[in-house]
Design a protein around this ligand. Structure first.
Ligand code: OGA
Ligand code: NI
Length: 343
């Protein structure tokens, strides 16, 4: 097969031409400082009202925060990271059966991701992606190798389902929408995406994940100890410091729309590393394809007119990938057209 980057990267000594990003979107040589202002929310140290406040403020001000003492068992968290790394480090022949270039295949291992805008630039990563709901139907689709994979990831997916419901409840309360606004329709799809970023000969020229805002509602990211995630804030790139066992929570574009622009959905990207491999595990939560997304009615009044129109989520998802505009611009087609009054 020899298509996966993880199978080839150890023999690649210099940057292959088709992995080099255009000058204006590559990371370059600049040293990017860590964003020390990024909120770290300790769920054990605060009461519920306080948690509601902290989650709301973090989602408004940053759209990204770290969650510690989140209640997910640490052994399960490290075991999940271990089994995912074992998966990517398996010999080529053991991964072959999971490899697919068909984006509609439910469980698939692939390399790259989407093309970067109109350039055909490849991304420096391999990804394993599969659905998690309904869990009992999904588990048999997942890799049966390593043999522990299904068992460990099933437990992890269950915990991530519970944690995401808890955080969405806090966020919903904070927005003044009661605790159950993000229910079955808006948060009914949960996936599991594991990204593997092999060492790269020249991290200044490549990207593991190009600049994007998440298309979904919200994501929970578990990263290993290797730094790689950067967030675009106040017109500058800032690094996100990995915290062992923490989850990095990122607000997606759908949450921004539902909040009528009150929440931030920050552009972010993943850079590569010349000496270490990096693994991240994303638990993204999506609306169901036919659910209607619109600014919550409770947030609309005379002085707060809706910024976005109502649409079916699958329309947004399609446009996001068709237009290949993965940042703020992805919202353009969904804005209410402003009416210009001529006096
Ligand atoms: C994503 C993402 C970053 C990472 O999957 O949307 O932003 O560190 N991943 O893998
Ligand atoms: Ni993302």
């Amino acid at each position: 097969m020899n298509k996966l980057l993880s199978s080839r990267s150890s023999s690649i000594r210099s940057m292959p031409e088709n992995y080099i990003f255009p000058v204006d979107s590559r990371p370059g040589e600049e040293t990017i400082p860590f964003c020390d202002a990024l909120p770290v929310i300790n769920l054990l140290s605060c009461d519920r009202d306080n948690a509601v406040q902290q989650v709301l403020e973090a989602c408004q001000e940053f759209g990204i925060f770290q969650l510690i003492n989140h209640g997910v068992d640490e052994d399960l968290v490290s075991d999940t990271m271990r089994v995912v790394k074992e998966f990517f480090n398996m010999p080529e022949k053991d991964k072959e059966e999971y490899y697919s270039e068909d984006p509609n295949k439910k469980c698939r291992l692939f390399t790259g991701g989407y093309d970067y805008k109109n350039e055909n630039t490849h991304l420096w990563r391999d990804t394993l992606r599969h659905p998690c709901i309904p869990l009992d139907e999904c588990v048999p689709l997942w890799p049966g190798n390593p043999t522990r994979y299904r068992d460990v990831v099933r437990k992890y997916a269950l915990e991530m389902g519970k944690l995401s419901s808890k955080i969405l409840e806090l966020l919903s309360e904070g927005l003044g929408l009661g605790s159950g606004y993000f229910g079955e329709d808006l948060a009914g799809v949960q996936n599991f995406s594991a990204h593997h970023y092999p060492p790269c000969p020249d991290p200044s020229l490549a990207l593991g994940f190009p600049t994007h805002c998440d298309v979904n509602l919200i994501s929970f990211i578990l990263q290993d100890e290797t730094y790689g995630l950067q967030v675009f804030r106040n017109e500058k790139w800032m690094g996100v410091r990995p915290i062992p066992n923490a989850f990095l929570v990122i607000v997606g574009l759908q949450a921004k729309i539902i909040s009528n622009g009150k929440l931030a959905s920050p552009p972010h990207r993943a850079i590569t590393n010349s000496s270490q491999q990096r693994t991240s595990i994303i638990s993204p939560i999506f609306p169901k394809p036919d659910s209607i997304i619109e600014p919550a009615k409770a947030l609309i009044n005379d002085s707060n007119q809706p910024i976005y129109r109502a649409f079916e989520y699958n329309e947004f998802f399609r446009t996001y990938y068709e237009k290949k505009d993965f940042s703020e611009g992805a919202l353009e087609d969904f804005k209410v057209k402003s009416v210009h009054l001529t006096l």
